[in-house]
Design a protein around this ligand. Structure first.
Ligand SMILES: Cc1cc2nc3c(=O)[nH]c(=O)nc-3n(C[C@H](O)[C@H](O)[C@H](O)COP(=O)(O)O)c2cc1C
Length: 210
């Protein structure tokens, strides 16, 4: 295996590219794209987004102390890119893209209705790291689209066709390769294997390995 070193940089891919909505003092809603986003704590549920202070949305989030993370899908890939290359300083991106507001339950800032998951966040801390300032926020409510719930009320995010961002490109997800804990789960014997086992004549027990 031959490898070369890249200069230190961000190579943690793939990542979600989310649409973050923020609201100004007059109640105008803006959305911008964030890939530097992450889950940072389970209990209390906390997330982070890292934002350059030069972004129009930065002051909106700082002043209101809240934002919504809207997960993105194949249907939203154009909007995801557009919101990441155009500024709310110059235009109403939601109107331009035909995106509609989804009222939040716990905060004033609305989410985006077309997104399957809206994560309502209240800012707890701002870490001024360098080029980006990290908003550490508590998740105060999550809204999910019932279109992706089955009759047992299980939510199937994969049915919403989520996208990821990897090293400059947007990608859809491939096939499911396993589920949480599958590597240590007891394998279920198939009907065929069971019949084969039963057909086997009882032989001498295998000698113990030394
Ligand atoms: C895929 C993608 C990911 C991005 N991730 C971030 C990010 O994590 N943090 C950030 O500050 N800007 C990020 N940007 C850039 C902002 O989304 C972009 O500057 C946007 O125009 C800011 O919008 P605003 O001026 O309306 O706030 C990203 C852009 C794209 C296309």
């Amino acid at each position: 295996m031959s490898k070369i070193s890249f200069k230190p940089g961000n190579m943690l891919y793939p990542l979600p590219a989310v649409l973050v909505s923020a609201m100004d003092e007059e109640g105008n809603v803006n959305a911008f794209t964030v890939a530097w986003a992450g889950t940072v704590c389970t209990n209390p549920p906390m997330v982070s987004i890292s934002v350059r202070p030069s972004r129009y949305s930065y002051d909106l989030i700082k002043k209101r102390g809240e934002f919504v993370i809207n997960l993105t899908t194949q249907d939203l890939v154009y909007a995801t890119d557009y919101c990441g290359v155009r500024s709310g300083r110059d235009e109403d991106k939601l109107a331009k893209l035909g995106l509609t507001q989804q009222p939040s339950k716990e905060i004033a800032t609305p989410g985006i209705a077309q997104s399957p998951v809206n994560i309502e966040c209240r800012v707890k801390d701002i870490l001024e790291l360098g080029s980006h300032h990290m908003f550490l926020a508590e998740v105060v409510n999550v809204q999910v689209d019932t279109a992706y719930m089955d009759e047992k009320k299980s939510f199937h995010l994969d049915r919403a066709k989520p996208i990821v961002y990897s090293h400059g490109g947007y990608f859809s997800l491939g096939k499911k390769l396993g589920t949480f804990g599958y590597s240590i789960a007891k394998k279920q014997e198939t009907k065929r294997q069971r019949e084969k086992r039963r057909r086997k004549p009882a032989g001498k027990p295998a000698s113990r390995r030394k």
